[in-house]
Design a protein around this ligand. Sequence first.
Ligand code: ATP
Length: 315
Amino acid sequence: MAAISFQSVSKTYPPSRTQRAHGNPGLRALEDVSFDIEEGEFFGLLGPNGAGKTTLISILAGLSRPTAGQVSVHGFDVQTHFADARRQLGIVPQELVFDPFFNVRETLRLQSGYFGIARNDDWIDELLTSLGLADKADANMRQLSGGMKRRVLVAQALVHKPPVIVLDEPTAGVDVELRQTLWQFVARLNREGSTVLLTTHYLEEAEALCNRIAMLKKGRVVALDRTSELLKAAASNVLRFKTDAELPWELARNARITGRIVQLPAQNALEVEHLLSSLRQAGVPVEDVEMRKADLEDVFIDLMAGEQTPLEVAR
Ligand SMILES: Nc1ncnc2c1ncn2[C@@H]1O[C@H](COP(=O)(O)OP(=O)(O)OP(=O)(O)O)[C@@H](O)[C@H]1O
């Protein structure tokens, strides 16, 4: 049985009164999203701002209703069997929400109580140690730094030992140390059998951690495949250089340009030679020329730049 199953999920946010008055039918945030995440997978959900990632996670968490379609967790429908589905999930939210009146241990005990677990201190201690919070157990939530609060949110999501862990942008604005602590711990839980669903903007994180990835664009799944296959789909190399000059159109249309830095896909040495000679002929002076292997960001940019038609990639 799939750990998480999204079946033909669509979501339209209704228009505001003013929008309705102007004939605006509302916003289609998700369009026929279907995929399964198997037990034990480390799955990445990627997409630019506004692609629909948080909407999909909110529906999974039972916080938002889909306009059409079904979502289930370990076979429990998130609408009709909310409590059973919710018990399977440990959700680390994007926003820092916490009760300022409790200390860290009390916060975690309260959350355990919410799931009906009376004596949970052994697991709470293990969570505190693994997340580098052991010396903060008695600190009031108000006294914690932003990074520490985020660690508590992770511990809070895991108090009931959920088999499925959902992390919505957990490392946005988080320092390197916390990222490493968090990834080591989540990777360990995944090795021990937990399923992990991660949404992130950090593509190198997704590349390093996720065995399979779905990419969303404007509410549609535009790629769904093993990370290794997605990487194979990219041109295998990238030619990178700096220039102040304007590129000829036939090169510019394939280029990724960030300020003075230009990156062009190139399959092999012959193609690199070809690109360099085109640049020479066009009178484009280049500096700091180097080659690098394509990464997930290249795949992502390719897909996001592509036309609207969803690209069906089988698992
Ligand atoms: N409560 C809401 N009411 C109306 N529109 C909404 C609401 N929540 C989200 N949207 C819209 O739905 C679309 C998808 O938003 P969503 O937050 O799911 O995207 P996202 O992929 O999570 O983006 P980000 O990476 O910025 O978090 C966006 O166009 C957004 O403006």
